[in-house]
Design a binder for this molecule. Structure first.
Ligand SMILES: [Zn+2]
Length: 308
């Protein structure tokens, strides 16, 4: 969701290690240019934030983001409305270490397939955040978009779970029931070259989200939104939801593909902030608190670091 009010109070200090996923490192091609400005920008050990909405209301958004990116050593998958595709594509070319362009399209738009092809031609690397759909995510009318994403080997970020209400006085054709995490299972299986990312871990269907991630090597979730605030006093419960660490109860491919044979279930969680630029650091702190509460091993926390 892009319209967040300021409601996170856990202002933290330094950027903690935040997780991502081994497959994300595979899915995000190495940058080829080093044209990035700024002496502090390095391509090593960066936090990858999968969930940064481009803010079209802020004319200085790119500049503001780059400053923050330098300070936190953070790369954003920048979720970009189709109308803003050019400015973000250009910024991503100029600052390839810091900005990875993702196309924020409406799955119900009549020309959505054409939009996705155009985004691909402009150097976009994925789609998201897909949301506010008129039909459930697994509706066959959306398959042409998924087929393209599959062909491109893209990451696709889906909103999952409860969704805010924008208009209180007018009828809205919006329902969180169309965006349940269970629909991602079918997409991941039908389109195995898509890396399927669910935002918000299906809030509140965390168990479904985690179980789908467990058996599908190409499914991951972020914990953005209200979840880490809601669960603040009971963060250790994530150990019960992501329960299969060091057991054999997971996809067999996992053992083959994870670096260092890391069997922590927490590699299925990626870092996503989904907030204003000035609050991203506080979300990093929230993730860090969750890791501490769940005794997440250091190497698992560091999967989110971009080691390109
Ligand atoms: Zn969302």
């Amino acid at each position: 969701m892009s319209n967040h009010v300021s409601r996170r109070k856990f202002l933290g200090a330094a950027a903690a290690s935040v997780p991502g996923a081994w497959s994300l490192a595979n899915a995000l091609p190495s940058h080829t240019s080093d044209a990035d400005q700024g002496a502090s920008v390095t391509s090593k050990n960066r936090i990858i934030d999968m969930h940064v909405h481009f803010d079209e209301k802020n004319p200085n958004f790119i500049a503001d983001f780059l400053k923050l990116s330098d300070r936190l050593n953070l790369t954003a998958c920048m979720l970009t409305p189709f109308a803003n595709r050019k400015i973000v594509a250009d910024a991503a070319k100029q600052h390839s270490t810091q900005i990875i362009p993702f196309g924020f399209v409406d799955l119900d738009a009549p020309d959505v397939v054409k939009q996705v092809e155009e985004l691909h031609g402009m150097g976009y690397r994925g789609l998201g955040e897909l949301e506010f759909v008129k039909k459930p995510y697994n509706d066959p009318s959306y398959f042409p978009v998924y087929e393209l994403a599959n062909r491109y080997g893209w990451i696709v970020l889906f909103h999952t779970g409860i969704v805010l209400r924008r208009n209180f006085d007018e009828p809205e054709d919006v329902a969180s029931g169309r965006m349940r995490p269970i629909y991602l299972e079918e997409i991941a299986r039908r389109f195995p070259k898509i890396t399927v990312l669910g935002a918000h871990c299906g809030n509140p269907e965390y168990e479904w989200a985690a179980e789908i991630a467990r058996w599908n090597p190409n499914v991951f979730f972020d914990l953005s939104g209200s979840t880490l605030t809601k669960m603040y006093a009971r963060l250790a419960e994530f150990q019960k939801i992501f329960w299969w660490s060091a057991t054999g109860w997971h996809s067999a491919e996992w053992t083959v593909k994870t670096p260092n044979n890391d069997l922590s279930a927490f590699i299925k969680i990626v870092f996503g902030s989904d907030t204003n630029l000035n609050e991203i650091e506080s979300v990093v702190k929230q993730y860090h608190d969750m890791f501490e509460a769940c005794d997440v091993p250091e190497q698992t926390r560091n999967y989110g670091r971009d080691a390109r």
